[in-house]
Ligand binder design. Structure first.
Ligand code: BT5
Length: 275
């Protein structure tokens, strides 16, 4: 894309996972800014070993390789800027407003999931520079562009959970237009990761679009679960949950929005630190 770092765009007809592909490329020395876009993934991955579903030729399945100059405890922000850029793109191209469910789901205003983000660091190069900068982070996003067209397209477990831009708007959407708008919106956001002032800007944007704040949530840990009210996002992008007696910071986790009956939700994996 002109004017961005994203000049090397690899268009793949079919691949197991665009994240897997770019992680391998990163290990082989690929530069910051390489993009992989697939028409079909045979093993599209979600978080914690979950699967990402998309029929061939319908949705946007893309990953970007970033080597941000970012303190290791701020790495969550690499995924956040991709989620933010996707909400920018959908707004600019389609005039559709999406919210971000912490950490990185994009939800339509009806609460159903339009997109999910998966960030994976290349462990081998995770040391990066002296302060961890330069480590490869591959951030993948799956945006439901044209699938599902209707709920009847979905497997039963995704009915009431997943929706698409097409379903929200009632018309087909051009995937390339969305891809290009995501990359244009992503460039300044990735640049911001390199400075303290820039990171503050990105976290402020995340707070403004995060529909989890103020919501009653369930947090699922490896061996326990707690509930509370999500009350803040820290400068590293972590979620703070008020449990009544105390505040707990969720670093990476499975958070469920507890909604009135009749609305369903998606779940994601978690680890919480006492604040
Ligand atoms: C995510 O995981 O939401 C991250 C998804 C990342 C997918 C992209 S596609 C390009 C790149 N390459 C990859 O291999 N992956 C990335 P998680 O929060 O774990 O959500 C997964 C769960 O969402 C599944 O267990 C399903 O319940 C649900 N799900 C699966 N496919 C979906 C879809 N198309 N739309 C909405 N929900 C879906």
């Amino acid at each position: 894309m002109p004017g961005t770092r994203f000049s090397d765009i690899r268009r793949l007809q079919s691949v197991d996972s665009t994240n897997r592909y770019l992680l391998d490329e990163a290990r082989a020395g690929a530069d910051d800014g390489v993009v992989a876009v697939a028409d079909h993934q045979s093993a599209g991955r979600g978080r914690l070993g979950r699967r990402w579903e998309a029929p061939a030729g319908s949705n946007l399945l893309m990953s970007v390789l970033l080597r941000p100059d970012l303190p290791p405890d701020h790495r969550h922000l690499a995924a956040a800027v991709v989620a933010l850029a996707a909400t920018d793109a959908v707004d600019v191209v389609l005039g559709l407003e999406l919210g971000i469910k912490w950490p990185n789901d994009l939800l339509a205003l009806d609460g159903r999931k339009v997109a999910g983000v998966l960030a994976e660091a290349d462990v081998a190069s995770a040391a990066g520079g002296p302060d961890g900068g330069g480590a490869a982070i591959v951030v993948g996003i799956g945006i439901n562009v044209n699938w599902p067209e209707a709920d009847t397209d979905l497997p039963p477990d995704l009915v009431g959970v997943a929706t698409s831009l097409r379903q929200q708007l009632g018309r087909r959407v051009d995937r390339t237009e969305v891809l290009e708008a995501v990359l244009v919106a992503l460039e300044p956001r990735v640049s911001d990761l390199a400075t303290t002032a820039g990171r503050i800007r990105q976290v402020d944007d995340l707070r403004a679009r995060c529909t989890t704040i103020g919501t009653r949530v369930g947090v699922e840990l490896a061996d326990s679960r707690f509930e509370g009210t999500a009350c803040a996002v820290t400068s590293e992008g972590h979620l703070v949950v008020d449990t009544g007696g105390s505040r707990r910071t969720v670093v990476a986790g499975d958070v469920v929005h507890l909604r009135p009956p009749g609305q369903r939700h998606g779940a994601l994996g978690a680890a919480a630190d006492p604040e």
